[in-house]
Design a protein around this ligand. Structure first.
Ligand SMILES: [Fe+2]
Length: 238
């Protein structure tokens, strides 16, 4: 008779991670030249528009007004393409494959962030958006001897996830991203995040954007949707 207490099985065949949160990080190759161009135009914008878009989540530092990626400079146009490619690739990975062709349109708003020594961003989300992207132009030359200096931290959206305390596992409930120039990261806009105070001698520049995805509705009765995304419009001035 075999020993039934000696259970041998492959946990990977029985384990499923449900309710996961998509997160993408990609290091763009050969980005030095484009980063230099982006840094120059963002710092020039900061000089000419001291007010920017005002105080948001940032404590100190400066944020540009929105619609940054509608500008026509070649560096901005390239960055826009990179951001769009990242979202389209993510959508391609997320949609269930059922053989139907689907068409998505991206609505993007973007702005630049400039931080210097001591500046940081409080915990916040990006309301009214689906996906948020951050692209790092410069790192601010953080003092490596200071923990978390200038790091982006994402917080586990499940409030009690870190109730299970097993150190150094994927249940840590905190996730840090190093602001390396040329790195582009993407996460759902509802994920709480913050930027730790920069202790450094340089300027930390990033470009953020919010993306909403609109899917083209395919139907045999297109008139049912004529008052939908494509035609409804509200204009209001204050
Ligand atoms: Fe943010």
């Amino acid at each position: 008779m075999s020993d039934k207490s000696a259970l041998e099985f492959d946990i990977n065949e029985s384990l499923a991670m449900q309710f996961g949160t998509p997160f993408v990080s990609f290091q763009l190759p050969d980005s030095e030249e484009i980063n230099q161009g982006l840094a120059e135009l963002i710092l020039a914008e900061e000089k000419s528009d001291d007010e920017g878009r005002g105080i948001r989540s940032n404590v100190g530092g400066w944020q540009s007004r929105g619609n940054l990626i509608t500008r026509s400079e070649p560096e901005i146009r390239t960055l826009k393409q990179w951001m769009e490619t990242m979202v389209f690739n993510l959508l391609g990975a997320l949609v269930r494959k059922d053989g139907t062709e689907r068409t998505f349109t991206l609505l993007i708003d973007s702005w630049a962030n400039v931080c210097r020594h001591g500046n940081y961003n409080i915990v916040h989300t990006h309301p009214n958006a689906m996906w948020s992207i951050v692209y790092y132009v410069t790192d601010g030359e953080p003092d490596k001897s200071i923990p978390y200096s200038g790091l982006l931290e994402l917080l586990d959206p499940r409030e009690s996830a870190n109730y299970i305390q097993v150190p150094n596992t994927i249940l840590d409930a905190r996730f840090f991203i190093e602001n390396r120039p040329g790195r582009m990261v993407l996460f759902p806009s509802w994920v709480k995040h913050m930027v730790h105070p920069l202790v450094g001698s340089g300027v930390r520049i990033s470009i953020a954007c919010n993306v909403n995805v609109v899917e083209e509705i395919k139907t045999s009765r297109p008139q049912d949707y004529e008052a939908g995304y494509s035609t409804a419009e509200l204009r209001k001035s204050s």
